[in-house]
Design a protein around this ligand. Sequence first.
Ligand code: 13P
Ligand code: SF4
Length: 375
Amino acid sequence: MATLIDARADCDIPTRPAGIDAAARRGLRYTPEVKRATDPLYGRVKDFIPAMEWPLYAPLIHAINALKAERKAVILAHNYMTSEIFHCVGDFRGDSLQLAQEAARTDAEIIVQAGVHFMAETSKILAPEKTVLIPSLKAGCSLAASITGADVRLIKQRFPGVPIVTYVNTSADVKAESDICCTSSNALQVVESLPGDTVIMLPDEFLAKNVAAHTRKRIIAWHGRCEVHERFGLEEIAQLREGFPGAHILAHPECPPEVAAAADFVGSTAALAHYVAANKPGRVVLLTECSMSGNVAADNPDVEFIRPCNLCPHMKQITLENIYDALLHMQHEVLVDPDTIARAKGAITRMLALPRPTAPAAFKTGLALAEVEVI
Ligand code: 13P
Ligand code: SF4
């Protein structure tokens, strides 16, 4: 059985459908047929959803899976989705890079992005002939909101000829102004692939600083931050080490560089999941969005997960109810104008064309902090 321990008593992941009548209001009931069809899925989430609450979820899950088949749709579920979305309706699950790769190759006619808006735009850019739906228009991202295409044009005037690497956590307009994209899975590989000794990395200051510790190139960074990962600090790591002896502390590279240096392992969400599966630590802390621990725990029942309780308010906008409504009413369609698609696609496909590593890339820990110019 998977064990999840909340590092803070007030941790409250909003997994329960909003209002006990969310399914009933949509005319969906927990019938014997729904029970039969969804019982195997319950096995994936039984450690996180009490048996008496399952009848609230099952009718929505059953209806979503039926609508997907009817509409030839797939759901791309990011690692930060809550367990009932990730395990019970997600067709493809993973980090930003894996979901983008899947959007590019799926045969489905409709993509429902169970993630945030920039991920849906990336899917639309890679599969412009498909209908891409985002279940909530509120699913933004503090990094994507930190920079505009106009900002990038000014940066290019200030640093002419310096290659611009843009994190996928940005709008299509920003990607369209960039030379190449990166994700947390391949940021170092992308930076090293570029000519010259200077690279501009947008918009995540901390990802840029964590990459800078690994490369001889001079990095110029934008001042964007992830509102979830910037909250982790050295004091919290010290408390976790004291309170949970022996726990392996794994961090996402959007964390501050001093946190990355003090962690036992640093990598993208896929790399963190890979580390747990490959090393089977007795105890682990994932310094990243809180829901991910439950998703990784389902595949690693012998590992004890200490949850740090930082929720992404944008990812948490996606619920079973609005996924069902998205498929039923074909809402909210994500559109990107053709000229922006053409220019942004170049930056994304240059990234996807780089050789694929056999396992998600890891950052080294314990490195000295690097000098980075932040603009
Ligand atoms: P990954 O690419 O590691 O999944 O990260 C996406 C993200 O938004 C992390 O906050
Ligand atoms: Fe954006 Fe941070 Fe949320 Fe990821 S966790 S979507 S980077 S705000």
